[in-house]
Design a protein around this ligand. Sequence first.
Ligand code: ZN
Length: 380
Amino acid sequence: MRKEGVFHIATIGGIPIYLHWTFGFLIIWIVLSALWSSGGDWGYAGWRLLLVGGLLVSVILHELGHAFAAAAFQIPTRDITMYPFGGVASIEKLPEKPTQELVIALAGPLVNFLIIGVISAGLFVSGVSWEGDMGYYFGLQRLTGADYFFQLAYLNFLLAAFNLLPAFPMDGGRVLRAILAMRFPYEKATAIAATVGQVFAGLFVLLGILGNIILILIGFFVYIAAESEKKAVEGRSALKGLRARDAIMVQYPVLPAMATLQSAIEALLGSQARSFLIVDPLGQPVGALSREKLISALHQGMPPTTPITQVMDERLITVEPDTPLGEVMETLQREDVPFILVAEKTGSTPRLLGLIDAENIAEYLLIKKAREAFASSIVP
Ligand code: ZN
């Protein structure tokens, strides 16, 4: 799957690792602040960059810790993306049991403690004194290799400690939710953990106002992330018990495979359609065409006579009517397809019953909510 605004830097254990373009800002900021504080000492700036490099590797290893722990529970990781504020390992689905979430959440900080252990062992074996020269923090003298690893170990400690704060969605918050979920329903556990996270977010902002802009930004980030996790869990619980057949669209816009770009645009303008199912002369589905695809084809300057089969998306995902709606929603988001086909297996050829898209699921939920509100209003 394509990702935008990122650079592919490595693939480890089958997991692609990306660097987000905003990471460039961090590098520029590190160099400028090092030059500023050292009065233009490029050697010192290089030193700070090396330290950022070591930190980057540490965070990637931390995320791989989450990914490999998830893999132990048969949960694949789609990718790891590094942002200036940290890394994100996108695991494909949420762990089913609280104990699994607990293990996956703890695996990241555990890696940082392992790194500290390895560095300590290395320094011990090489006979470096533990005193270390903390002068590098304040002064600008040249630093030794031992100082570098000493500081890298210290940064790993900060990383683990910060991640273990019970501020959802950081690792500590996930640990808190997992522990709460052993006692309460999942939605309630998430709501409590997210609220605790938002209290911490408020504290970060307050502390940040005393002089640390980064802490203010992290506070906002944590607050928003906690809120969206709360919403996501509410959404999933709203879909609980529902099947694909519940939200199916039996009437959907269709275009023949021999249609041209021009006729697709006319069909788009002349209807409320968000996307089209492309069918061959026998009525068999061959592709999907979204509004976004059509518009990007125009942007690329494709001639109006272009056959629609050259623009459409050939990936068609089919589910059965009994597939849980939550799963359908997740597939829609993960695969970035305009809709999913619902087909019934009767005999040799599956029979197409209809389509589902994200908007239809949202509409179905709104109607369901309105009906429930009406029902409770007449039966107090
Ligand atoms: Zn983590």
